[in-house]
Every structure is written in C-alpha cells, then in structure tokens.
Design a protein around this ligand. Structure first.
Ligand SMILES: *Cc1c(COP(=O)(O)O)cnc(C)c1O
Length: 378
C-alpha cells in the first residue's frame, strides 16, 4: 500500500464528511499561513531526523518500530475527527470499534464471551487496573510477581499500598514454582502476577503449572502478556514448531487466568497509546462504578469510561487497531500470525548467528531458552 496516497485519501474523505454538515468560516484566530507552517515544519522534520532508524532491518536496539501503515492510516483518519472513547457521546463509532477489537483480543486468549475489557494508554495503565481490581478483591493481601517481571508491578503495588512479594526466577528468567508455593503457603498472597514474555529475556512463566497451584491455595492469577501476548496465536496452531512445547502450553494456559494485559502497541503493530486489559469476571465492573455528570446521560448503553480508570482516551487508537485487524486478522495462518512467526524466526536466526560471532555472544545459549531448529522456509 502507498501510505502517502492513502493519507491523502484519509484527509480528503474526512474533509468531504465535514462538508456534508454545511459551510462555515473558521475564526481568523486559528488561521495560520503556509509560509509560517513551512518554517516550523522544516524545523520539526530536521529535529525528527535525530531519531534512530527504528524502521530499518539493521536497527536492533529497543523494541521500537513504526506502526504498520494500515494502523497509521486508521489512526490518522480518526484523529482528524478526534473522537474521545471516554463516553459514547465522545464518538459512538470508535467506541463500537473498541468493543469489537477487545472482543477479538479476548477470543484470541480463549477468554469467555462476557469478558470485560477496554483499551488503555498502554501496559502500565492496564496492569495498574488489574492490580487495583486485585487489591479491591483482596484488600489485605499481597501481590506476588517474579523478580523478572516488569518493574511496573513493584511501582504500582507501592502506589496501591499493597505489599509486593518478589518471587525468585530461574537462570532463564522464569518464575520458580517451588519459591512461589512457599509464598502461597503463608496464606498472605491474594494475587499472583505471571508474565508471558518478560521484557528483558522474553521468558514465559510456567503458567500451566502455576495456575492450578494458585487455584489450590485460592489465589487469583493475573497474566502480564503486554509484551508476548500475541504469540498465543502461534501456541494454538504451531505447525512450524516455532514455540517449544512448554512455552506453547503456557500460552494456552492463559485461557484460565482471571485477568490478562496485552499491548497492541508492541507486537500488535499499533502506534503508542494502545494497551488492553481483559477481566474474566464481568461483575468486577462494580469496582469502577461511578457517575459522570458531564457525559453519561446520553444512553443507558455501557460507556467505556464506566469501566476504565482513565477518562479521555483517543478513539483513534481503537480505529487504528480495528482497521489493522480487518486487513491483518488475529489468526495463525494469515494476518498477524505469519508476521509473528517471521519475528520469531529472525530472533532464532540472530541467536544462532551470535554463537559464532567474533564480538558478541548470546546472553543465554539458544537451547536454554527453548529455541528450536530454524525451519528452512526461506
Ligand atoms: C512494556 C511492558 C509493560 C509496560 O507497558 P507500557 O505499554 O510500556 O506502559 C508491562 N509489562 C510488560 C511485560 C511489558 O513488556
């Protein structure tokens, strides 16, 4: 697709929709002239050149990349209108799109149909909500997570006034089950956070074993799949054997968790500002209950702000994800699946290449992180 042509098309289509509402003059105070814009714009582009080339295949630094052009197109088109997904009157179409994409994400994890969820500004906000719900259910109890979990869990526990319990991880960055059980035996842990794809090593906690263990002790389970969550697609249909059996089993076990967080702005190809929280039990919506004198009077239908801690949120994020999933659906054999598989193969190839590299060496040997043989596909 030619993004330049499509962006023009988006601007044109929005302009034409605006024109359908009748002519008007913009106030002179908001008018700017092209010469002024030109100077400022050139200065902006000059500054933006200071970025690292995230888009380039030779860039291998942080987990940064531009959004997929389809996502950029959906975002740009909706952003020109600027709907706010806080309340339905802030933009009914993008609120409906948000409910649809959240449904798709819940289905991807095999969460039940009545799952409650919404998009967030990112994984931090989504995890904060999960831990906030956890604290509200078990007010006096601790929240346990592995020492390899994202630092946000420690910070958010402090913010919420919850005692954090750090469970040791093994050499591959996965939560140690014996250490977890020792904590569960104390009877003071109300919720355990398991990570499906740690931010540093991509390690997947033993969800399949930890979940029944937690159930035995009556402990809730939240899965932080902000980084790795989309790989659940490959776990359900992994013909190529791109994931080890244990990793695939742990991804599939997320289906039994109480809540899960995923970041479409990581492996979901979206621009920043797109996380998601999913809560298995829709009755948990009671903790969010509040009324808005400004916005909730327009309908009895659910306003997304009624189940979110954030108020204003970009409807454009929902539009971007919605458009992306139309073209690149959440499937293993088409759409997002082959993109994730290619990323996985690239990681495996890179890891093997490092074994014989003169300057660099892998932080963990390939077999220890359950990398399998690189399939000779291309
Ligand atoms: C990135 C990440 C977060 C934080 O999400 P943001 O979108 O950066 O706010 C939380 N947990 C994990 C595992 C992550 O990789």
């Amino acid at each position: 697709m030619d993004l330049v042509a499509w962006l023009e098309e988006a601007a044109r289509a929005v302009r034409s929709w605006e024109a359908s509402w009748g002519d008007f003059e913009r106030h002179e105070s908001v008018r700017v002239c092209d010469e002024e814009v030109s100077v400022a714009f050139n200065a902006l582009m000059q500054r933006l050149r200071g970025n690292y080339p995230f888009f380039h295949p030779r860039y291998a630094g942080q987990m940064l990349k531009p959004p997929h052009p389809v996502a950029a197109l959906g975002y740009a088109a909706a952003m020109l209108i600027n709907p706010n997904n806080h309340a339905l009157d802030g933009g009914p179409p993008t609120a409906a799109m948000e409910k649809e994409v959240v449904r798709r994400l819940a289905e991807m994890f095999r969460f039940p149909e009545e799952t409650l969820g919404h998009l967030t500004g990112g994984g931090t906000m989504a995890n904060l909500e999960a831990l906030w719900v956890a604290r509200n259910i078990r007010p006096q109890q601790a929240i346990a997570f592995s020492e390899a979990a994202h630092y946000t869990h420690g910070r958010m526990s402090a913010l919420l006034g919850v005692r954090p319990v750090e469970v040791p991880a093994d050499a591959q960055g996965r939560m140690q089950l014996e250490a977890l059980e020792a904590e569960l035996k104390t009877g003071t842990v109300g919720t355990v956070v398991l990570t499906a794809g740690t931010t540093s090593l991509g390690a997947v906690d033993p969800v399949a074993e930890a979940l029944p263990l937690c159930r035995r002790y009556g402990t809730r389970v939240h899965v932080d799949a902000a980084y790795g969550g989309f790989y659940v697609l490959l776990a359900y249909a992994d013909q190529a054997g791109l994931l080890s059996g244990a990793v695939a089993r742990n991804f599939r076990a997320i289906a039994g968790a109480d809540s899960v967080v995923i970041d479409p702005h990581k492996h979901g190809l979206q621009p920043y500002g797109c996380g998601c929280i999913l809560l298995r039990d829709p009755s948990l919506g009671r903790f969010y209950r509040h009324d808005s004198p400004y916005t909730y009077f327009t309908s009895d239908e659910l306003h997304l702000g009624e189940i979110s801690l954030e108020c204003s949120r970009a409807g454009a994020s929902a539009a971007a994800l919605w458009l992306t999933l139309q073209v690149l659906p959440l499937a293993a054999d088409r759409g997002l699946g082959p993109i994730l598989a290619a990323c996985r193969r690239a990681a495996q190839r890179w890891s093997s290449a490092l074994e014989t590299a003169a300057v660099l060496r892998p932080y963990l040997p390939v077999d220890k992180v359950a990398f399998c043989k690189i399939p000779a596909d291309d």
